[in-house]
Structures are given as C-alpha cells and as structure tokens.
Design a protein around this ligand. Structure first.
Ligand SMILES: C[S@@+](CC[C@H](N)C(=O)[O-])C[C@H]1O[C@@H](n2cnc3c(N)ncnc32)[C@H](O)[C@@H]1O
Length: 627
C-alpha cells in the first residue's frame, strides 16, 4: 500500500528527536541542540551542505510519526512478537529508542498467575498463563533453519555451531527462538538506541554470544546484576539470588543520561562526619595538584598553595548553583572570599591549606553501578503487585529508562507481561509499545494503564468481529479465547479448578453493593462451541450461592436457553435498590457491539482486579532516583 506523508508546522515542532546525529552535531556547535522546533533546525540548515542528512531525517521521521499513519505508539499488540516485529508497517527500520525485554527464562519452571481475591487476600486460583519451558518442536526447527539460512552471516555461523554442540534440546530451542527475535529488535532499533535483555544465569552466557554477533562485541556495554531476592538456599552451592541484564547499544553514539541513586544511610554515616549550623558535611579539596603561575597559584589569606605543589581549585558550581553568585568578573581569590563568607570553607590548624565543606545534598548521589542491590523484589504484599508472577519492580524499569532514553523517546517491551516497562515509560514521559502473546497479560495491562493513568490503551491484534473471535477460538490454546472474552466484560479469570467451590467457573466479576462492604460475585462462563440448555442449568446451579451468573457464547443461544435464564429470576442490589436478571446470556457479537452485563455499576465498587496505584507522570527529568 502506498503511503503519502506531508509535514505540518505542528509535526515540525516535534522533529528534534529524529534529527540525525551529524546535523545535531552542527546544531550543538551553534549551541542550539537543546532547543526544539523549526528555528534551531533552520538555523543549522543554513549552515552547511547536508541535503542528504535532511532527506534521511524526513524519511526517518515519516516512519515514526503516528499522525502520518505509519507507526503507532502508546499501543499494545496482542500476538507473537516475532510476527509483530517482522511487520514493517508496525515496525519500520530504526524506529525505536530503547528496548527492554524480559522473556520467559529457560528455567523449566511453569509460571503461575495468582490473582488477588476480593478484599486483598490472594486466592488459590492459579492459572498457567504460559510455560517458560522451550521445546525443540517443528516451530523451533523452522526458526532454526530460517536463522541459519537468512540470518546475518556471523549469527548464522554461531547458531550452526551451537546447534552442533548442544543438539536439538530445550536450551537450543530457547536460543533459536530468542535469536530470531533479537535480529528483528536490532533492525528496529535506532542508531542511538540500546537494548536491555533481562535473563538469568541459566542461559545468559549463550545469549551474550548471540548478542555479540548481532550487535557486535564492541557494542556490549554492561552485564548488570540485579539482586532479585535476599535469601535462597542452594543445596551444595551458593544461593542463587540474582538476575542478569545484558546491555547493548546499537552503535557508539547511544543515548546515555548520567543517573544517580541517593546515598544509603551507612554511606551518609561513614562519610558525612561533620556538622555545623548549615548541615552535615564531608571535607573536600579546595586545591588541585600542580603549581600555577596565574591567579590560581597566588596566595589567599596568607596561604600560598604553590609552596606545597598545588593551586586553588574553586568549585564554581557551588558558587553559581548553590550560593547564586554571579562569578563572571570574580578573580579566584574573590571567589574564595565568597565561599568563606557563606561558611563553606573549613579552616584547619594554622598554616594548613583550608578545605571545602561539601554539604550533604550538594551532589547528585552515587552514579549507578552494574550491581543493583538497592531495588528490592516485590514482596507478596507489595502495593504495586498485581498478581503477575514475573512482574518486575517499577523502580528497576525507571532506572533503565531514565539512563538510556530521553523524554519523548519510544520504548518497546516485546515481552511485556503486566506492563511494568510500559508504565515506567508513561510515568517518565516516554512513548511506549508493548507486545504480549497472552490475552491475560493484555487485560492486566489494560487495567493497569487505566488505574494508574486513566489511559484507555488501544490494543492491536484482538478480534474486532465475530469472525476474528471464531479464529481465536479455533487456536489450540483454549485459554486465549476465554481470557479475551472475559476481558470484554472486565472479568478476571478464575483459574482451572477441577473440584471445589469454583469448579466450572471461567471468570469472576467482584463488586460491593451493600453497606457491609462484603464483596459479591458475578460468576462467568465462556463457551466457544455449541451451546445447549443444559449449559444454562449448570450455570444456574453453580451461581445459586452467588449474586449473579453470566454466560458468554460465540454461538447464538437457543430459545430454551433464554427461557431457562429468565426463569432464574432476579438479584436485588441493596445499595441501588434495583433488580438485575440473575442469569444473563451475552453473545460475543453483542459484546463487540458494546453491550455489557446488566449489573450494579462497577465504577466505585469493582474489586475484580488487584488495582494498580495511581501514578503521576514526572514533570521534567529527575537526576536521581529514590531508594
Ligand atoms: C517474564 S514475563 C514479563 C514480565 C514483565 N517484565 C513484567 O514486569 O510484568 C514474559 C512475558 O512474555 C510473554 N511472551 C512469551 N512469549 C512471547 C512471544 N512469543 N511474544 C510475545 N510475548 C510473549 C508472556 O506471555 C509473558 O507475559
């Protein structure tokens, strides 16, 4: 399909992030690189021969600007990320600034999803959302051949060699699947972009080999160790408590923001040992090494630094930023006077070189390091916990996004689970794209974005008509249709129960509608195949002790089913003083046309999903992060 694009004054205002580096360099020379919009750009344009730069800039911009209808941002994709990433309409070359991926590890452990039960108690209901064991299936074999035949030469050779060594096993399946996806991620990353791959030590060494071949060993930046749990007993080995995050940049000119963490209490106690009326402080140097002939080598207050092989080194930043002194016409000695007047000079015993009082709070804190021990795993009762087993802490993602992207940049998480990277990106004023292959994750993210920012996320790839729903229902994974259909009425999956009270229940909507605040439940059953009056009788049976029963069906219900449902009578809501049909039948087609269950309003009283906390997007960049 042919695409047309045009530049409007409004779109030009947003152009700055897409300006190629060489042109940015010229703008920087002119001191205009921090300005946005048309003027600095035109200014730079008049300055040299860069027609090619401009052509490339317009081309790249045309690919990434949502209003030009080509690439969407702030959007969720449902589906396999390989297929989605390979779609050039969704992801043109070099369109993403930062990728964070946290794929299911190769740890042979089935992840279970726990959902919060009404009133905050975790329910027993567990669902296998996906299994993280990778197997050598036909699909792995096909992907292997594809990578070896069509992949970049070096990658193809490496995968061939690994296959020869490891054989057709699960590790190889995992590596092959990851390689195909990492090749696409490299394609979509901008030349200034970076990729963080979150994994564990089971396969991190193999993944590093793969990444070295895709990104080039010179673009390996860090192996970050995140201490994800405090204690773990390892029988006859050291307790495994960390995850590995591999950081690669696409090239040399990658986005990097110096990021700091606040000092911890022990550091403050050890280093800020002095205190006066201004605050706690440590001692720093007011002099630097070496003799100087100019002002900085001259005596001040009878002290000559040259006599001890040093010269005055005045902290201009403190004078300007902390004390608000205009230093333009001041000599070194004048500046030292100003510092002393403000009480920032420490005078040791007579004759000794004075020192600088560095007050706590003057500096940014500790520059981030590649071992993270100050971001704690989410406890089972953490406020941000949504019930997704592999959910990562928001602070971890904030740190990553802060360090490797700027406001307005596009952050992609192709394995986004319950959307921690997406939420961190939104909070830090970045654009975002999330992809996940389960409707469960998509529904959780949809709710999380709504609760945290009041954002109604667009989801691409979900069925939009009965034909699409039929197609989803025909897939081998029986849960996908069920989770998607439950999402249409905001119900939470109930888990697979073979026996007990929740036997035969697919989903639940919880609500509170009486003065005791006791949660009530509408239980939901979903059917994609033939339906019969006995289905409604069963639903009546299981919902007899609940407030209501809702039956979602892909096929139209029979007359008998409707009669049976009506015969169930009504549920009376005490708060609303209203009767609602006790058993209701809703077709997928009706739901797709906007019909919803007839039940007490949920705006104030819906306790179905663990609610995400409200989050305010940050105003401007924050140089340091809370511990
Ligand atoms: C470890 S979880 C990510 C957790 C996430 N970082 C968070 O904080 O919530 C991995 C996610 O990848 C998804 N996934 C697995 N294979 C996928 C694929 N081929 N395409 C898209 N998503 C996939 C799973 O459904 C799961 O939600």
């Amino acid at each position: 399909m042919r695409k047309y694009f045009y530049l409007t004054p409004c779109s030009l205002v947003n152009l700055t992030p897409c300006i190629p580096l060489s042109l940015r360099g010229r703008m920087k020379e002119r001191g205009r690189n921090n300005e946005r919009g048309l003027r600095p750009l035109l200014d730079a344009l008049l300055w040299g021969d860069f027609i090619l730069d401009v052509a490339r800039m317009v081309y790249n911009y045309s690919k990434t600007v949502p209003e030009m209808g080509i690439m969407k941002t702030n959007v969720l994709y449902y589906g396999d990320n390989l297929e989605i990433l390979r779609n050039n309409e969704y992801f043109p070359d070099e369109c993403i600034d930062l990728i964070y991926l946290d794929p299911p590890f190769n740890s042979k452990k089935d992840y279970n999803i726990l959902f919060k039960e009404n009133g905050g108690v975790e329910s027993e209901a567990q669902i296998q959302a996906f299994t993280d064991s990778w197997h050598w299936t036909q699909s792995a074999q096909d992907t292997y051949q594809d990578v070896v035949i069509n992949g970049p030469d070096k990658v193809s050779k490496l995968i061939g060699a690994l296959h020869e060594t490891l054989g057709n096993n699960d590790v190889m399946a995992y590596l092959v699947m990851m390689t195909a996806r990492l090749i696409e991620m490299h394609r979509v990353l901008k030349p200034t972009g970076s990729l963080y791959l979150h994994c564990d030590p089971t396969a991190s060494h193999y993944l590093k080999l793969v990444l070295d071949q895709i990104f080039g060993p010179a673009n390996f930046r860090n192996e970050i160790v995140w201490k994800r749990t405090s204690a773990h007993s390892g029988s006859k080995r050291w307790g495994p408590v960390h995850d590995v995050i591999l950081l690669y940049s696409k090239g040399n000119n990658f986005t990097w923001n110096s990021t700091y963490t606040k000092y911890n209490k022990d550091y403050i106690k050890d280093f800020y040992k002095f205190e006066d009326e201004i605050g706690i402080y440590q001692l720093g140097d007011l002099t630097g090494h070496g003799i100087r002939r100019g002002d900085s080598g001259k005596p001040w207050r009878g002290i000559d630094p040259n006599t001890v092989g040093r010269h005055w080194a005045v902290p201009n930043k403190i004078l300007k930023d902390t004390l608000g002194v205009d230093i333009t016409s001041l000599s070194v000695q004048d500046k030292l006077d100003k510092l002393d007047e403000a009480g920032f000079v420490y005078w040791p015993t007579k004759g000794k070189i004075p020192r600088l009082k560095r007050y706590y709070g003057e500096d940014f804190g500790v520059p981030i390091v590649d071992v993270i021990t100050d971001i704690y795993p989410m406890g089972s009762h953490a406020r941000e916990r949504l019930g997704y087993e592999t959910q990562k802490p928001l602070t971890l993602l904030e740190r990553i996004i802060q360090a490797s992207s700027n406001e307005g940049d596009i952050v992609l998480d192709p394995f986004c689970g319950c959307g921690t990277a997406v939420v961190a990106a939104q909070k830090l004023n970045r654009k975002w794209i999330g992809i996940d292959v389960t409707h469960l994750a998509i529904n959780l993210m949809r709710n999380r974005l709504k609760d945290s920012f009041n954002i109604k996320a667009e989801v691409i790839g979900e069925p939009v008509d009965p034909a699409g729903a039929k197609e989803l229902a025909s897939q081998p994974d029986k849960y996908q249709f069920q989770w998607w259909a439950l999402g249409l009425i905001g119900a939470r999956p109930a888990g697979e129960k073979k026996k007990g009270a929740d036997k035969g229940i697919d989903g639940v909507i919880s609500f509170i509608d009486d003065p005791t605040s006791k949660p009530k439940r509408a239980i939901v059953q979903v059917k994609s195949g033939h339906v019969h009056v006995k289905d409604i009788r069963e639903l009546k049976d299981v919902s007899s002790k609940e407030a209501m029963g809702i039956f979602i069906t892909l096929e139209p219900p029979t007359k008998d089913m409707q009669v049976e449902a009506v015969a169930a009578g009504y549920y009376h809501s005490p708060i609303w003083d209203k009767d609602y049909p006790k058993v209701q039948i809703l077709t997928v087609e009706e739901l797709l046309h906007g019909k919803t269950a007839d039940m007490p309003p949920l705006t104030q009283t819906n306790v179905t999903f663990a609610k995400a906390q409200k989050i305010k997007s940050k105003e401007g960049e924050q140089p340091s992060l809370e511990l």
